[in-house]
Design a protein around this ligand. Structure first.
Ligand code: MSP
Length: 497
């Protein structure tokens, strides 16, 4: 069986997860579930990034020890993902012992290879991003230096550190980025390439003095230093697929690695990550799938901006499936998307209540009323069959290129067609409309399989209602169902005012 490895960034658990984090995680979950239906053996990794100054400070300010704090907060991420039906293979924490071991081993390997040297570093640091910003990268405002993402004042640090010899790898990274199509959508790669071409890769400061940042993995060669949180974090992708523990497992999944990341962390997931991998002799990932931001009031949703919509806020208004559907519908990776509850309500009413909900209700009611809940096999309506197959082929094509929004349209085209088919053939006027109902439910079976990655609870409910199973796309064959046993006619979505 072919393997597929998909990851989310690991989140800083300094605060509760919000809809921006949910967006990244849902994108990855939908990809993971879709690839399962494509017949792949999928490994889906998510988790929390628990070391570093940001977490150290957040714990202090709440009066917790760092470990107590991250235990509590990583639990909140797990709870949120359970509520949103995220089906991960492993939830990794950078405080997990196998991960800390891996970080030490990789760092030791680099030290033994002579790729790390001692020096000192000074620069402007954003603790929210956990990175330094160079002149020209930060925002200047009335003499203050602000982080371009968080618009918060940067801090000046000047200290002893160890550097990793990245500077020789500029051409290597440029080669990977220019020759292949590793970054998707391509628009995002330009900025990375132009930075690499104009400035090149610099040696990276990869440790912090323990006196300042004690909450981290200790550098194996110097107990007075901890490993820089971004290096620690990136390596989670190797721990997740057992890099040291089980080489066969690692090789199987690594060759088809897909990292889903927000556009703010692309530099780390290309320039820094590819260089680090090269140094230990590992190929770059197959794809880095990049998305824009979820905005509220025109700005990136985030704790530091103070415009957060929490997952619980959203769940009070809409079910997990509706949130998942809506975020995937607005997920055009190359653009930022404003979260609008009004727009969400509109989509809910027209697509979920009127189109899908109405279709399921009508088919349920008619099957029970006209056929006593048993819809036997009948001749195939060639037009219905063609539309179902076309919708499946088109949705598969769109999803292959991670065009989620268009994929949702292709799936809902089928539901729209089926409502129109019912209006045209008027099965309610016939005594035994077996032909119309069998063909419609058979097409609904196609639609429901495609819907499952996006709306798993709804899809399973529909499958249960009509007595069919959700199957891999390759096993869908129109007209192969012997009979449908219809037990109810649920109202899946009640219209909202
Ligand atoms: N810990 C690092 C990632 C390390 S991965 C080896 C980090 N964490 S984060 O919690 O700040 O962000 C994690 C992800 O959430 C990023 O991909 C980021 O783009 C995404 N988002 C955070 N806020 C977001 C929005 N408002 N909208 C969309 N995605 C957002 O960076």
């Amino acid at each position: 069986m072919k393997s597929f490895y998909v990851t989310t960034p690991i989140y800083y658990p300094n605060a509760e997860p919000h809809i921006g984090h949910a967006y990244t995680t849902i994108v990855a979950d939908v990809i993971a579930r879709w690839m399962k239906l494509e017949g792949f053996d999928v490994f889906f990794l998510t988790g929390t990034d628990e070391h570093g100054l940001k977490l150290q400070r957040a714990a202090e300010s709440k009066g917790f020890s760092p470990k107590e704090f991250v235990d509590l907060m990583s639990g909140k991420f797990k709870e949120a993902w359970a509520k949103l039906n995220i089906e991960y293979s492993r939830f990794i924490r950078t405080t997990d012992s196998d991960h800390e071991e891996l970080v030490k081993k990789v760092m030791k390997e680099l030290w033994d290879k002579g790729l790390i040297y001692r020096g000192s570093y000074s620069g402007w640091y954003c603790t929210s991003c956990e990175r330094f910003y160079d002149e020209g990268e930060y925002v200047k405002e009335r003499g203050r230096k602000l982080c371009p993402i968080h618009l918060r004042e940067l801090e000046w640090f000047e200290e002893e550190t160890y550097f990793l010899k990245f500077s020789k790898l500029t051409d290597y990274v440029l080669g990977v980025l220019k020759e292949g199509d590793v970054v998707f959508p391509r628009v995002y790669v330009r900025e990375v390439i132009s930075k690499l071409e104009s400035q090149g890769l610099k040696d990276l400061s990869i440790t912090r003095p323990k006196s300042r940042v004690s909450w981290g993995v200790e550098a194996p060669w110097d107990p007075n230093h901890t490993i820089y949180v971004w290096i620690d974090a990136l390596l989670n992708y190797l721990t997740g697929v057992k890099y040291y523990e089980d080489r066969e497992f690692f090789r199987k999944f690594w060759e088809n690695t897909h990292h889903v990341v927000g556009k703010d962390i692309l530099w780390f997931h290309t320039a820094i990550w590819f260089s680090l991998l090269k140094m230990i002799g590992v190929d770059p990932p197959k794809k880095v799938i990049v998305h824009g931001f979820i905005l509220t009031k025109g700005r990136k949703m985030g704790k530091s901006t103070g415009n957060v919509v929490t997952i619980d806020d959203m769940l009070r208004e809409f079910s997990a499936d509706v949130i998942r559907y809506y975020l995937m519908k607005i997920a055009t990776l190359d653009k930022d998307a404003e979260l609008s509850l009004d727009n969400m309500k509109e989509v809910y009413n027209s697509e979920l209540a009127d189109t899908l909900g109405n279709l399921v209700r009508r088919l349920g009611v008619l099957s029970i009323k006209k056929l006593g809940g048993e819809v036997p096999k009948s001749d195939v309506d060639v037009e219905v069959k063609e539309v179902a197959e076309r919708s499946l082929n088109e949705a598969r094509r769109e999803m292959k290129s991670f065009r989620f929004s268009t994929a949702t349209v292709k799936i809902f085209d089928l539901f729209r067609f089926l409502n129109a088919y019912m209006n045209k053939t008027e099965p309610w006027r016939k005594e035994r409309p077996t032909y119309e109902l069998y063909n419609s439910i058979e097409a609904l079976r196609y639609g429901t399989s495609m819907l499952w990655p996006l709306m798993p609870v709804t899809a399973e409910r529909i499958a249960g209602t009509f007595g069919f199973n959700i199957v891999e796309f390759g096993n869908l064959k129109f007209g192969s169902t012997e009979k449908f046993i219809v037990t109810e006619a649920p109202i899946l979505f009640r219209k909202k005012n």
